[in-house]
Design a protein around this ligand. Sequence first.
Ligand code: FAD
Ligand code: DHB
Length: 393
Amino acid sequence: MRTQVVIVGGGPSGLLLGQLLHCAGIENIIVERQSGDYVLGRIRAGVLEQVTMDLLKQAGVDKRARAEGLPHDGIELLFKGARHRIDLNGLTGGKQVTVYGQTEVTHDLMDARAAAGLTTIYNAAPVSLHDFDTASPRVRYQKDGATHEIACDFIAGCDGYHGISRASVPADALHLYEKVYPFGWLGVLADVPPLSHELIYANTPRGFALCSMRSATRSRYYVQVGTEERVENWSDDAFWNELRNRLDPEAREHLVTGPSLEKSIAPLRSFVAEPMRFGSLLLAGDAAHIVPPTGAKGLNLATADVGYLSRALEIFYREHSASALDRYSELCLRRVWKAERFSWWFTSLMHRFPDNGEFGQKIQEAELDYLVNSRAASTSLAENYVGLPLESF
Ligand code: FAD
Ligand code: DHB
């Protein structure tokens, strides 16, 4: 088998890349280790930046996100028992974010891929990458007991943090930067109306909490928990009680609880692998970088990478020039590090750190007080939250 680009991993970055390349007339095959249902079953991100909405439009898959996604013009910060609104729209000259679940984005991309008759090989395991230091790389995989090989011009490594793409690069060719946080997020998805029409990020002496949503009838809530916590030890009641304890009196009164549809714990980590290109192998999304979820940058960074990558490959095939591909890693990393900084800062400001004590809590509250009362500081938060612009090659 032969194609122009083999995409390893059929998560949101692999699927979006496949669709953008298809729209540009570039052949591609996706090789995914899991089944389609497994990929769809993972509850993850919920907030889309305008850059992501624009890329979905470019890929021709924005119809449902536009119709059913919830535009948000602001967020609320809760500290010292009171809520303060950050006017994202007013502070950024009219920008907003859209609340639309990663599962729905994945669904729409899978439907579009099936409608276009493009090949996705599910349940391919193990997958291995070969000769990507040459112009004739190959991807090998096993399926149904047989070994298959696809020859191509490029391999796009879109296989997430635990994938094979980054792991295939010789260790001495990579520089890894990592910070692990001493807590995780316990998340619950429930069919109950959201507490408020905007997201609430809460800093409390008991730890961080986030009130988010997926629709007018489905809510997503998170509370900060210790790294040693196990999801089996958290009954629904225990979760709702802890969340209620981290809210202001009015929110506490309005909180509607119900049985959880999903409950999971995510560890928090900052991670960057540099560079993002090795000859014919290009990394994108979680395969190259991870942010802690505070600020909802993970999925949006992944889509921005594939926006750059599809453009660079288009220039390669249309203009027979590798100049954009040569700048791919540099352009992505410039934006990645700004999102890493923002996510680290917002995480540090909102969470309870075991070693910080009462002094740390007071310093956080002072910074939050400054933040909500300074137009300059609020503008900086708003600009980063709605997403920084993409550069052009
Ligand atoms: P993934 O979504 O990880 O997709 C990679 C795909 O590659 C998977 O389908 C995987 O099965 C496949 N794969 C892996 N290994 C191989 C292999 N060897 N061969 C072939 N295929 C392979 N971001 C936010 O913005 N907000 C959030 O609230 C949020 N919550 C999160 C919660 C959790 C538990 C996690 C893990 C992440 C969360 N994120 C969140 C981050 C966001 O979901 C990711 O940034 C996003 O999924 C990245 O997309 P991706 O396609 O690059 O990687
Ligand atoms: C969600 C997750 C986030 O990390 C965030 O900052 C906002 C919303 C969510 O899952 O809805």
